[in-house]
Design a protein around this ligand. Structure first.
Ligand SMILES: NC(=O)c1ccc[n+]([C@@H]2O[C@H](COP(=O)([O-])OP(=O)(O)OC[C@H]3O[C@@H](n4cnc5c(N)ncnc54)[C@H](OP(=O)(O)O)[C@@H]3O)[C@@H](O)[C@H]2O)c1
Length: 319
């Protein structure tokens, strides 16, 4: 029987890459995968082709390219790339184009990788955190949540998939524990005592595959996935255990974090404040049991860290 094709946006990246891996390594081999990329000749695209993926050119700013790349597929996984441009408006426009292209191509199921529009809980006039880009509180969350409507309005059956903080941020996003002048390692995260849902990107992919495999079950639904709900202290303790050296958890005030000197610090400062102030809601929006049902291989942070220890850019103790 011919395999149903899933077209994956961001397939050479983290979330999409997780789904491509999940599909290619699925023992059931129910689905085939189509990698959407701006550069079909890149090493990453070529490596995926060698593993059995179809490759299609597409740019999320170009609706025609998306229609072409979606055509003939059964489903699609759609994600946007906030940190490439830092603009909520661009993100919303790209989401709209993907939703319209999916409908034009006649897809049968689409997963939109989304997050909460935090303005539902922190209205724009709420002074607890600054308003950013004129009308957002957490631009990279709000733009995704506000874009849900494009997918809900589409004729394509959609699953809105709320993801969680990825552990890969400790590898690629500059979030690994750092050694201070006093020689001790600290994990700096303005999470206070709150528990934060988190997971690895391979599990986002495996959960997304679980959603596709379930057919109609999650169509028309919003679901949230996570691997574990962990406090900053628990994450620091896991680092200490795996690296065999004490890692201290340091929760700086949100205002201090917003003032850090890296692009997007204000957005992330607001994000952490939202996660702390609305801990209950934010955790309740993600279902550990469902995540495990969709993906029985769901990893723990400890297991993930042991497997990825060598990739964490952490200055280890010299003898
Ligand atoms: N970090 C976290 O903890 C976290 C948690 C939840 C959600 N998120 C969200 O995840 C999103 C990013 O996803 P990711 O981490 O999977 O991305 P990523 O690893 O940065 O992957 C980006 C991939 O997308 C492709 N891409 C970039 N611009 C494109 C365009 N204009 N058209 C088509 N493809 C394009 C690129 O592929 P080619 O070069 O091959 O075209 C690239 O390999 C962000 O919006 C972020 O807010 C992040």
């Amino acid at each position: 029987m011919e395999k149903k094709i899933i077209a994956v946006v961001g397939a050479t990246g983290a979330q999409g890459g997780g789904l491509v891996n999940a599909i290619l390594s699925d023992p059931d081999q129910e689905f085939g995968v189509r990698v959407l990329t701006r550069d079909p000749k890149s090493d990453k695209a070529k490596a995926l082709k060698e593993r059995g993926a179809e490759i299609a050119h597409a740019d999320v700013n170009d609706k025609e390219s998306l229609i072409k790349a979606f055509k003939g597929a059964y489903g699609a996984f759609c994600v946007t790339f906030f940190w490439d441009h830092f603009s909520a408006e661009i993100e919303m426009e790209q989401a709209r184009l993907m939703a319209e292209a999916a409908e034009a191509a006649g897809l049968e199921h689409l997963i939109w990788s989304t997050l909460e529009d935090t303005r539902k809980w922190v209205p724009i006039e709420d002074k607890r955190m600054p308003t950013l880009q004129e009308k957002y509180k957490v631009p990279h969350f709000d733009a995704k949540g506000a874009s849900d409507k494009y997918f809900k309005d589409s004729k394509v059956p959609v699953t809105l998939l709320r993801t969680s903080f990825y552990w890969e941020n400790f590898i690629h996003f500059g979030m690994a524990p750092k050694r201070g002048d006093d020689g001790t390692l600290s994990l700096v995260m303005p999470l206070e005592e709150a528990k934060m849902p988190s997971m690895c990107v391979e599990d986002i992919g495996r959960c997304a595959l679980g959603v596709f495999k379930a057919g109609k079950q999650y169509q028309g639904k919003t679901i949230g996935i996570s691997g574990e709900f962990l406090t900053g202290k628990q994450m620091a303790e896991t680092f200490s255990e795996v690296f065999g050296e004490k890692v201290k958890y340091v929760s700086v005030p949100h205002d201090v974090y917003r003032g850090f000197d890296f692009p997007g610090a204000d957005d992330l400062g607001n994000m952490y404040q939202f996660k702390v102030d609305f801990e209950e809601v934010y955790c309740a929006n993600r279902d550990l049991e469902l995540s495990r049902k969709l993906n029985p291989k769901l990893e723990t942070f400890h297991g993930w860290l042991v497997r990825h220890k060598e990739q964490i850019p952490m200055e280890t103790q010299t003898a």
